[in-house]
Design a protein around this ligand. Sequence first.
Ligand code: GLU
Length: 471
Amino acid sequence: MLPSAPHRPVVTRIAPSPTGFMHIGTARTALFNWLYARGRDGRFLLRIEDTDAARSTPKATAAILEGMKWMGLEWDGDVISQSANAARHAEVARLMLANGTAYKCFSTQDDIAAYREAAQAEGRSTLFRSPWRDADPASHPDGPYVIRVKAPIDGVTVIHDRVQGDVTIRNEQLDDMICLRSDATPTYMLAVVVDDHDMGVTHVIRGDDHLNNAARQMIVYHAMGWDVPVWAHIPLIHGEDGKKLSKRHGALGVHEYQAMGYPAAAMRNYLARLGWSHGNDEFFTDAEAQNWFDLDGIGKAPARLDFKKLAHLSGRHIATMDDAALLDGVLGYLAAASLPPLTAAQQTALTSAFDIVKGGAKSFPDLLEKARFCLIARPVQPDEKAAKSLDTVSRGMLAQLTPHLQTASWDRDNLEAAAARVAESHGMGLGKLAAPLRAALAGRTATPSVFDMMLILGRDETLLRLQDTCE
Ligand code: GLU
């Protein structure tokens, strides 16, 4: 019997390059990695690919951390900085040199340009083939050099990809890529492999724009005799029009979705469904997603953004969120949208209204609009539409209702009975009284039920608002 492979706990990672904000595609890739690890008692790591010093400002890194935190994708351990590992990357380049899988290349930029020119003239591949690959070290000059890995020359490299299937690359397309530059700084391609290996990454789940990199990165894995991770290159996200996502499509950064007032739980649910499916399940919890998520469920075709679907899922999540999570979400939304924060009293009032407003709200601004009646201060200013329902007759009815409300016990049945009595005395149904009541209590025509509003506002506030209106 063959010995079974040693059990390697699952380790995934998200390795964003700091570009100033967290792209929605990065958020989805992070989510997939998070789901995969969390569902398997694995670890999910965060590495900032900050080798490009010009772009990698602390602000750009902070934007990623904020995006990750808002998305609720907590990572294990410390944030890993790729640039901090530069010495280790260089060490690996030298190890490859020592084991003969890499070599010192002394070719200058001019040499390379001349090589390409000649190759072009002769109709050969312009991929640079260094004359130093098999040179005797005794012939090495005492000048600057780069370290190149020895790529396989013929045959094919097959990437066994869990999403794309087996992807075959002809090795003649692979050059001896530079791993260490002449100033001893590591290249990105080397850094990624060394970091993934050192972090114990078992599964690399990332955008399929990195598929070709996998073939080149495998050269380093093989050169070092390291286990190649499981690859899963996921299709990129496209816009609603089916085209590659770009600025033209609007919201690209997760912070924009936060500022639009979508709960992070809904974003996780929505992004999970963007390119991955579990039967026909659309609405699910994190626990369910973690349980269900598997690489087999990832589709090969690019997923399209669908704002209608996002709004729908957002509504369903809002409807099931508890008070603390809702309040937290609303406060985060207000801050993200640069809107004034709620006072403590408004927070209390809003919380008391959650049960009646969270049913039909598709976003936090939607929720706040529905709960507006309990957040505004007297005197309520009816908008134009609402003001129309406050004619003399209606005001008379409201005035007539006031003494009933002063004595009614403050519960729905009694409030309804009191309102019905007043409406009937005018030969009208209860509905006729609803519009002026909405105008008086909320200043709007579309509001929660008038009795719900009364119950939340309480007797004193309700009477004061009616009084303001009837004056
Ligand atoms: N830094 C790369 C990016 O932001 C990801 C590299 C990788 O996942 O291997 O696209």
